[in-house]
Design a protein around this ligand. Structure first.
Ligand code: KIV
Length: 264
């Protein structure tokens, strides 16, 4: 029987910043409820993201755009109960922060009240100003460049970004703006490894990649992808470490058969 170690630490935002360029890569994983948060914390990851990928992998929506603030807050509270010692980041859902600084601050505050240590926002453009305002209000912000699913909408449109020189330079410029606005780290999603490699030293804060090669300051994976619980729209760069859906179906089938045989 595997020993389950008790989690002992909650890393600070400053500790994450200090991991920039260090020997130890930052490991972030998503979690969406009490149990997945417990798993992530006990596995010793550095950061837990309550990602709006919950829309697709937990709630079964077609896109991340459809998850509501209330749904995300319910999941966030459950994650905090499951991971009391982890640095938890809440992903602000689509249209919950873009239109004004006041809206961004109010929404970020609701996530902080639900137990988040920081929030994540997608994209640059107007988001840079929103991030600056939320940080000034005292809530740390993680940026997100490259593929930003809220902007893309339909998962059929999920593709690698930054394939041309000008597109790569746009990603780097966006990351620099988020860095200058005070973000404590930046997710870089779905770009050629060379872009991840060039982008990472261009900003002063950790770059946490997903499908951005191995030369970033850290990596993030969606929980259900890494354990094999979700089988629609799984990006090619996802590495699976288990096939839990198959095991779960097996377990439930075995139980069903045993009930049919014994009647109990
Ligand atoms: O919502 C999410 O899970 C994310 C990660 C892929 C970074 O934004």
């Amino acid at each position: 029987m595997t020993q389950i170690p008790a989690a002992t630490r909650r890393l600070t935002i400053d500790a994450i910043r200090a991991m920039k360029g260090g020997a130890e890569p930052i490991v972030m994983v998503t979690a969406y409820d009490f149990s997945t948060a417990q798993v992530a914390e006990r596995a010793g990851v550095d950061l837990i993201l309550v990602g709006d990928s919950a829309a697709m992998v937990v709630l079964g929506y077609e896109t991340t755009r459809l998850v509501t603030i209330e749904e995300m807050l319910m999941l966030t509270r459950a994650v905090r109960r499951g991971a009391p010692s982890s640095l938890v980041i809440g992903d602000l859902p689509y249209q919950s922060y873009e239109s004004s600084n006041a809206l961004a601050i109010a929404t970020a505050q609701r996530f902080a009240d639900a137990g988040c240590d920081a929030v994540k926002m997608e994209g640059a453009g107007a988001t840079v100003e929103r991030a600056r305002a939320v940080i000034a209000a005292g809530i740390p912000v993680m940026g997100h460049v490259g593929l930003t699913p809220q902007q893309t909408g339909d998962p059929e449109g999920f593709r690698v970004h930054g394939k041309t020189a000008s597109a790569a330079l746009e990603i780097i410029a966006a990351a620099r703006q988020l860095d200058a606005a005070g973000c404590f780290s930046i997710v870089a999603e779905a770009m050629p490894a060379a872009v991840g490699r060039v982008l990472t030293p261009c900003v002063s804060v950790p770059v946490i990649g997903i499908g951005a090669g191995v030369d970033t300051d850290g990596q993030v994976l969606v929980f259900h992808d890494l354990v094999g619980l979700y089988d629609a729209h799984v990006p090619r760069y996802v590495k699976r470490y288990a096939e839990l859906k198959a095991s779960m179906i097996d377990a439930v089938e075995t139980s069903r058969r045993s009930v049919s045989v014994t009647g109990t």
